[in-house]
Design a protein around this ligand. Structure first.
Ligand code: NIG
Ligand code: FE
Length: 388
């Protein structure tokens, strides 16, 4: 069994609440020992046990790898022109998804996987060590199945999003498309998907359709998550809580009843600052959710339409500046919050027994993630496998 010490850590974000060192459980002048890819010891730099190898981080900051619980990485083409039109005043609408569906259907398997791997590499270099990805740009049985087959080669967190939008060929008969999603499409993807998701919003699927589709997924063993209240105040958040979804994502709009429902539930509110940024939507008040006791995650929502970024540091900076989060709350939400949104208990914190998924940050504290917006501060990202 290989043991590696990470020494000379100026600031260590553990997220370990039992240390009673504030929200981030920050230790100064510390060290970590990793054995066989798992954290085996955390303590003072002066007391580090002997190990096979060691890495000196020269006083920099170490924090848990980011957990990106919401991304759409299986697609082809780009929509830069649509983004540019929005920045000159045009509104965002769910219908833009169809542009990417056409490009994705036309792509070969190799093209689709190459684009996916390019984005995964970007994520790793921005500190993401666990990521979720969805299908949703194929919208035929074959195209959804191949997207999830390719996705599952590179992450365990795969989500079937056949109910992203009704594809053009079903415009006049949306009920037939819902039946296809719940039936043959679901059967063909069930082996390579862990989660099922529905875009429950204006221009996409209704609450009733979303409930039917999510329950059909549950019946074949998939776990539930939902795109809720991105484009308007609706019933998506209430549905998420009713069905015990792991997460209600976007929550751009919410009211007091939504806050109360989330606060008394196991459903995480996943906020996606990149989406409000790229669609010029009004930012939700993250602090309001947090203060009410709602568990909040921050994720990238990386997709070619509404949020073409793989950068969690960018998302953290926007959440702090425009969603009223403290820097600590934003960092917690992008690590522990993401882990909770994926119902994972092996990532998001640095304590004994956890996966050694780590970021070595070129800064004296993690506060610099928001304090130095747009600057790449990641010196190195380590995943548990790198230590084996
Ligand atoms: O999460 N909201 C729905 N789906 C994506 C956007 C997809 C697109 O515009 O291509 C999102 O923002
Ligand atoms: Fe999304």
């Amino acid at each position: 069994m290989r043991s590696v010490a990470i020494t000379n850590i100026g600031s260590l974000v553990t997220n370990d609440q039992s240390l009673e060192l504030g929200l981030l459980g920050e230790l100064r002048d510390s060290a970590i020992v990793v054995e066989d890819g798992l954290v085996a010891w955390v303590g003072s730099a002066a007391a580090v046990p002997e190990t096979d190898d060691s890495i000196d981080v020269e006083g920099r900051t170490v924090l848990p790898g980011f957990v990106d619980s919401h991304a759409h990485l299986l697609f082809a083409g780009d929509r830069a022109a649509e983004f540019s039109a929005r920045m000159s005043g045009q509104a965002y609408a769910a219908g833009g998804i169809r542009t990417t569906v056409a490009a994705t259907r036309a792509a070969t398997d190799a093209e689709l996987e190459a684009n996916y791997l390019r984005l995964v590499a970007e994520m790793l270099s921005s500190g993401i060590t666990t990521f979720e990805t969805k299908s949703g740009y194929g919208l035929t049985v074959e195209d959804e199945a191949r997207a999830l087959r390719i996705a599952a080669k590179h992450t365990a967190e795969t989500t079937f999003l056949g109910a992203h939008v009704v594809p053009a060929e079903f415009t006049d008969r949306p009920d037939d498309y819902v039946a296809l999603v719940k039936g043959e499409m679901l059967n063909q993807v069930a082996d390579s998907a862990k989660w099922i998701d529905v875009f429950c919003d204006r221009g996409a699927f209704t609450e009733e359709q979303a409930r039917e589709i999510l329950l059909a997924g549950k019946a074949v063993g998939l776990q539930l998550r939902i795109h809720a209240n991105q484009l308007q105040q609706g019933s998506g958040i209430q549905l998420a809580v009713e069905l015990d979804c792991a997460s209600a994502d976007h929550c751009t709009h919410f009211n007091q009843a939504d806050i109360d429902a989330l606060a008394g539930s196991n459903t995480v509110a996943t906020l996606l600052p990149g989406a409000e940024f790229s669609t010029r939507a009004t930012y939700p008040d993250a602090r309001k959710l947090w203060d009410a006791g709602v568990k909040v995650a921050i994720a990238t929502d990386c997709n070619p339409g509404s949020s073409y970024t793989t950068s969690i540091p960018f998302s953290i900076a926007v959440a702090v500046r425009d969603m009223h989060f403290t820097v600590e709350q934003a960092i917690w939400s992008a690590t522990m919050g993401g882990a909770m949104a994926l119902r994972r208990s092996d990532v998001g914190t640095i304590k004994v027994g956890m996966r050694a998924d780590l970021i070595d940050l070129n800064a004296p504290s993690a506060l610099h993630l928001a304090y130095r917006p747009g600057v790449n501060l990641i010196n190195q990202t380590y995943t548990s496998e790198a230590f084996k």
